[in-house]
Unconditional design. Structure first.
Ligand SMILES: *[C@@H]1O[C@H](CO)[C@@H](O)[C@H](O)[C@H]1NC(C)=O
Ligand SMILES: *[C@@H]1O[C@H](CO)[C@@H](O)[C@H](O)[C@H]1NC(C)=O
Ligand SMILES: *[C@@H]1O[C@H](CO)[C@@H](O)[C@H](O)[C@H]1NC(C)=O
Length: 346
């Protein structure tokens, strides 16, 4: 769900209008144990990911050599020149009754049409003097930390319990780092917010994080980059809508318990993370960022970009390269793909 548009307008009035961003849908490309950023070439990668974007997604995608815009023939995103890949861990329901797992389906965000996948944002909040430098070919980054066992990433990794008292801006005080422990009738929205500052040199770094930085402690709406990472980049954000509302038995929730677990065995949600691999064609993203202040470019209707219909974007699919049942169409599986044990905090 998009945060309330009117409220967001008021919130951002000092720096940018609510329209000053791209917000668009990308349908599911594939769901599999592949991770070209953290475990390139590894088949299978340790845990299941849900992946969107260009269909050149591959087990290995070497920076600046493997060129998604020239290797892809389609993308699942609204903007048809965006062949980037975006992915997160998948979420599973573990039956408290018999301990088997079912992969939680994803649904479309408010006002968008899509088949699984995510909502992607490119936001100009941290633009210094209005200038936003788009990513260079080969750029990639990671937000969050799968090893995280405590409440540390609140400004950038969070969950909202939908239909149970909505919040305001993403990762505000009503959202939680952990997976909500109450029943969420309208689903759980997981938010991943990426850093908005870059060192201006490196396309990647060994931890996939240190070439970028959050400004002023993380989260959204921060105006200034640190001197170590002086270049203002578009702030990327993902929203994943998990259809947890279908798991209704109230006995499964409360007193600190809930039945969901991320694909790497994290039953708290603190370790949720997102991966970004840039793949826009030519200077399309830079053109869009430059056009944001003019009002000609907003959300899923940016007139300087090529747009494809929702139907068209849904036809772009990629067969699993790592073929296995990661929980297809409601199937029940005995263990998480890769066999990660389910762990809870403390
Ligand atoms: C993906 O990787 C495989 C194996 O390395 C390779 O054969 C294939 O051509 C790659 N796909 C694209 C679109 O380059
Ligand atoms: C396991 O339990 C869930 C409900 O918690 C049920 O829907 C599912 O059919 C059960 N699976 C098996 C194999 O018994
Ligand atoms: C996109 O913008 C054009 C021109 O301003 C407008 O006519 C059209 O209705 C908009 N479409 C959507 C989906 O907002």
């Amino acid at each position: 769900m998009f945060w309330n548009t009117i409220a967001a307008g008021a919130l951002l009035a000092q720096s940018a209008s609510a329209q000053n961003m791209l917000r668009f849908a990308c349908s599911q490309l594939t769901v599999e144990r592949a991770d070209p950023l953290v475990s390139p070439g590894q088949a299978p990668a340790p845990h299941t990911h849900q992946i969107i974007g260009g269909n050149s997604f591959n087990l290995t995608m070497e920076p600046a050599k493997y060129d998604p815009p020239s290797l892809s023939t389609c993308t699942t995103c609204t903007y048809s020149e965006d062949f980037s890949n975006y992915w997160t861990a998948s979420l599973y329901f573990q039956s408290p009754d018999n301990k088997t797992f079912q992969r939680v389906p994803q649904f479309a965000n408010v006002g968008l049409q899509q088949d699984g996948g995510m909502t992607v944002y490119y936001m100009p909040y941290s633009a210094v003097n209005g200038k936003m430098t788009a990513f260079k070919p080969g750029f990639r980054m990671l937000a969050g930390d799968p090893m995280m066992k405590k409440n540390t990433y609140k400004p950038s990794i969070c969950h909202r319990c939908l239909g149970n008292g909505e919040g305001f801006a993403p990762c505000d005080s009503k959202d939680t780092s952990e997976l909500p422990t109450k029943y969420c009738p309208k689903g759980i929205r997981a938010t991943v917010i990426f850093p908005s500052c870059w060192d201006g040199v490196n396309l990647d770094s060994p931890d996939h994080k240190s070439h970028v930085a959050y400004s002023n402690g993380g989260g959204l709406g921060t105006p200034k980059c640190p001197s170590t990472h002086p270049v203002s980049i578009p702030q990327v954000m993902y929203e994943v809508m998990w259809d947890t509302g279908r798991y209704k038995n109230t006995a499964w929730y409360g007193n600190g318990k809930q039945p969901f677990v991320y694909s790497f065995g994290d039953g708290t949600g603190y370790g949720q993370h997102g991966d970004y691999l840039f793949g826009w064609k030519g200077d399309a993203l830079q053109k869009a960022m430059d056009a944001l202040p003019s009002g000609k470019c907003a959300n899923a209707n940016c007139s300087v970009l090529k747009i494809q219909s929702a139907q068209q974007s849904m036809t772009c699919k990629k067969a699993q390269q790592v073929k296995e049942d990661v929980g297809k169409d409601g199937s029940w599986i005995k263990e998480l793909p890769g066999g990660a044990p389910v762990t809870y905090a403390n």
